[in-house]
Design a protein around this ligand. Structure first.
Ligand SMILES: Nc1c(NC[C@H](O)[C@H](O)[C@H](O)CO)[nH]c(=O)[nH]c1=O
Ligand SMILES: CC(=O)[C@@H](O)COP(=O)(O)O
Length: 160
């Protein structure tokens, strides 16, 4: 199902496990900062709404999406959260750099899920246009940060 047919912000708290004792890490890329801050706010608000304690949410920033893998790895090593949300926004430019950044970031986050015992949630928008990114970070298609927070809660409990 394409995002166009699914609102990213919809969730049913009644279907979620107790999140009151969860520690959640969030690593945020500074590239396309207006988009990533909107994604972060979506994730942060949903975590609080679902019962995660404010003082159990840890945020770190990294320069770009390519650095998300290292930032999440260090957070897992140093803070040992129950799950980590990796937030980024990659928007296609004139060259093939978009393809390499998206592929490396997706593979790196996948590797963390394989090589560590901590779920790492892929909250990285990979868009052809600024409008597509805005539509998925609090626009007409909802907020992927909200979707990522719900996934983080579910995976954190599954991984315990
Ligand atoms: N163009 C985008 C980038 N590029 C930067 C890389 O992520 C990386 O920080 C750099 O290559 C140094 O290692 N990053 C994004 O997150 N979004 C983009 O659109
Ligand atoms: C995803 C990127 O790295 C890209 O936005 C950089 O733009 P360009 O391909 O024009 O250098």
């Amino acid at each position: 199902m394409a995002t166009a047919n699914k609102n990213l912000s919809e969730y049913d708290k009644a279907q979620l496990p107790d999140a009151s004792d969860l520690e959640i890490g969030i690593v945020v890329s500074e590239w396309n900062q207006a988009i990533t801050e909107s994604l972060y706010q979506g994730a942060y608000s949903a975590l609080l709404d679902c019962g995660v304690a404010e003082d159990r949410i840890t945020r770190w920033n990294v320069p770009g999406s390519f650095e998300l893998t290292f930032g999440c790895k260090k957070m897992i090593e140093e803070a040992d959260p129950d799950a980590v949300i990796a937030i980024g926004s990659v928007i296609r430019g004139e060259t093939k750099h978009f393809d390499f950044v998206c592929s490396a970031t997706a593979q790196g986050i996948k590797d963390l899920n394989v090589l560590t015992d901590t779920p790492v949630i892929f909250c990285v928008l990979t868009d052809d246009t600024q409008q597509q990114a805005e539509d998925r970070s609090g626009g007409k298609h909802g907020n992927k940060g909200t979707e990522a927070a719900i996934a983080a809660i579910k995976m954190a409990v599954l991984g315990k």
